[in-house]
Design a binder for this molecule. Structure first.
Ligand SMILES: [Mg+2]
Length: 316
C-alpha cells in the first residue's frame, strides 16, 4: 500500500488488545507461546461480490463474518481458538472509517472467543477481500470428518436454512429480518465444538448446506446416512419459505453436524442441556454405500445442489 500504510495498520491494530505471545504483530512473523501447540489451523477468505456486497453488509458485518467462518472451522474440530492472522485487500477508494468498522466487527467477535490477532498483511486491490488464518488448540482428539461409524446418531445444532433465507431477503430488497442477521452475523458454535469433542466420532460445520456437508462426512467415514426430513430444526419462517428440501441446500448456516456413537448419546444430550446448547437428532449413519443419503424409512433422498452466493458458487 506504500505511503500511510503504517499509520493505517496501527489504527487497525489499536482495536485489538495486545496478544499474549512472544512476538506479536509488527515483526516478520508472529512467535506463538512456546510449549502450547496451535495444532489446528484453518484459512478462509471472504471476497466482495462473492460472499458479500458492500451495499448489503456494513463494514462491521464483514469483519465479523470473516472471522466467524474461521472460528466455525475451529469449532468443527473441537479446538479452542487462540491466534489469527488477517490479510486485507483494500480498494483504494475504501473510506478509512470502513476499515475501522471492519476492525470493530472483527475485534468484538475475537474478544468474545478469546482469539488474538498476531499478524497480517495489507495490500490494495480492486475488490475488498479478507483472508484469515486461524489457529486453535486441541485438548482432546480432533473431531474429523472420517471417524463416523454405521449406527452413530446424527445431530445438528441450532436451526437450518436461516442464512439462505437471509440471502433471499437481501436479494428481495429487504433490509432487516432475523434471517438477514443470521446471513450477516453467523454465530460460530465454539462452545459446542469443545463440548462435542468429548463425545463425537465425526463432525464438521455446515457451510455448504446440510445435504452437501453430510455427503462430505459420509464419504470421509465410508458410510451412508438416513435423514429424517421432518426432524430438521427449522424456524417457522424457513419452514414456510424454503421447506425441509430448501433448508437442506441452505449454505452458510455455520451450525455443527455431529455423529455421536449410540452409547454416548444420552450423556451428550445431558451435557448439551446443562450447557444450554441446542442440538437436534436428525438421523443416523448407516452401512449403506458411502455417501448415499436416504430418508428415514428407506426412500432415496433427492438431494438439492449447493447454494449460490451473490454471484459465484462456492466450492470449498
Ligand atoms: Mg468447514
Amino acid at each position: 500500500m506504500g505511503q500511510g500504510e503504517f499509520s493505517l495498520i496501527e489504527r487497525f491494530l489499536s482495536h485489538f488488545p495486545r496478544a499474549k505471545v512472544q512476538v506479536g504483530p509488527g515483526d516478520d512473523c508472529a512467535v506463538l507461546a512456546p510449549g502450547k501447540g496451535a495444532q489446528c489451523v484453518t484459512i478462509d477468505a471472504l471476497v466482495e461480490d462473492v460472499h458479500f456486497t458492500r451495499a448489503h453488509f456494513t463494514p462491521e458485518d464483514i469483519g465479523h463474518k470473516a472471522l466467524a467462518v474461521n472460528l466455525s472451522d475451529l469449532a468443527a474440530m473441537g479446538a479452542r481458538p487462540r491466534w489469527f492472522l488477517c490479510a486485507l485487500a483494500l480498494p483504494r477508494e475504501l473510506p478509512r472509517r470502513a476499515l475501522l468498522g471492519l476492525a470493530r466487527g472483527m475485534s468484538a467477535l475475537a474478544e468474545e472467543h478469546g482469539i488474538a490477532l498476531v499478524g497480517g498483511n495489507f495490500t490494495s486491490a480492486r475488490e475488498l477481500s479478507i483472508t484469515i488464518t486461524a489457529a486453535g488448540e486441541l485438548r482432546t482428539s480432533p473431531i474429523t470428518r472420517s471417524g463416523g461409524r454405521p449406527g452413530d446418531v446424527l445431530y445438528v445444532s441450532g436451526t437450518l436454512g436461516e442464512a439462505r433465507l437471509g440471502l433471499l431477503h437481501l436479494q428481495e430488497g429487504r433490509r432487516r429480518s432475523s434471517a438477514i442477521l443470521r446471513q450477516k452475523r453467523p454465530r460460530p458454535r465454539v462452545a459446542l465444538g469443545l463440548l462435542a469433542a468429548r463425545f463425537a466420532s465425526a463432525g464438521l460445520d455446515i457451510s455448504d448446506g446440510l445435504a452437501q456437508d453430510l455427503g462430505h462426512l459420509c464419504r470421509a467415514s465410508g458410510t451412508g446416512a438416513e435423514l429424517g426430513l421432518s426432524l430438521l430444526p427449522l424456524s417457522p419462517a424457513v419452514r414456510a419459505a424454503l421447506g425441509p428440501q430448501g433448508a437442506l441446500a441452505g449454505g452458510e448456516d455455520y451450525e455443527l453436524l455431529l455423529a455421536i456413537p449410540p452409547s454416548r448419546t444420552s450423556a451428550f444430550e445431558r451435557a448439551c442441556g446443562r450447557a444450554g446448547e441446542r442440538v437436534t437428532r436428525i438421523g443416523q449413519l448407516t452401512g449403506g454405500p458411502p455417501g448415499l443419503i436416504r430418508e428415514l424409512g428407506g426412500r432415496s433422498l433427492r438431494l438439492p445442489a449447493g447454494f449460490d452466493h451473490f454471484r459465484n458458487g462456492r466450492t470449498d
